[in-house]
Design a protein around this ligand. Structure first.
Ligand code: FES
Length: 146
C-alpha cells in the first residue's frame, strides 16, 4: 500500500481519535469497497452495534482470487473490512480461515481500543463467508455422488 499521508480533515479527526496512518489508509481504500457481481460467495453479518458488513469473493482453484466489502458502519468497521479484504485476497481457503484478530490488528497497526469489536466483526464476516462456501461446496459434491 502506498505510504502517502492524507492531510484532510477526516485524516486529522481519525488520527486524533487513535487510528494509525495505515488504518486511515485502509479506511480510504475505496477499491476494496463494493460488491462483486455474481460472486462465488457473498455473506453479510450485522454486529451487536447494528453495523453491517457484506463480503463478496471469487474463488478459483481453492484460492480467493478477488474480494470486496461493503460496510454500513463506523470508520473502524470500514478500515477493518478493507484490511480483511487485502489480507484475504490471493490466499487459499485454508490460509484465509487462519486470518485472525491478531493478524488484522497487526495489519491495521492501531485503532482506538473501543474499536476492537469492529475488527472482530470483519473477521467474523470473512470466516462465516468461508464456512458457508465450504458447506455449499460439500453439498454440491455430495449431490454429485448420489
Ligand atoms: Fe459497529 Fe464499529 S461501531 S462495527
Amino acid at each position: 500500500m502506498e505510504k502517502q499521508k492524507p492531510t484532510d480533515d477526516v485524516y486529522q479527526m481519525l488520527s486524533e481519535s487513535g487510528y494509525s496512518d495505515r488504518a486511515i489508509q485502509y479506511f480510504q481504500k475505496v477499491e476494496n469497497i463494493g460488491v462483486i457481481e455474481a460472486a462465488d460467495q457473498t455473506w453479510d453479518l450485522t454486529g451487536p452495534c447494528g453495523d453491517t458488513m457484506k463480503i463478496s469473493m471469487n474463488i478459483e482453484d481453492n484460492r480467493i482470487s478477488d474480494a470486496k466489502i461493503q460496510v454500513l458502519g463506523c470508520p473502524g468497521a470500514v478500515a477493518s473490512g478493507c484490511a480483511v479484504v487485502d489480507l484475504a485476497k490471493g490466499k487459499t481457503l485454508e490460509e484465509a480461515k487462519n486470518i485472525d484478530l491478531e493478524a488484522l490488528y497487526k495489519e491495521l497497526e492501531k485503532m482506538p481500543d473501543q474499536k476492537i469489536h469492529c475488527a472482530r466483526l470483519a473477521i467474523k464476516t470473512l470466516h462465516k463467508a468461508l464456512e458457508q462456501y465450504q458447506e455449499k461446496t460439500v453439498e454440491i459434491q455430495e449431490r454429485g455422488q448420489r
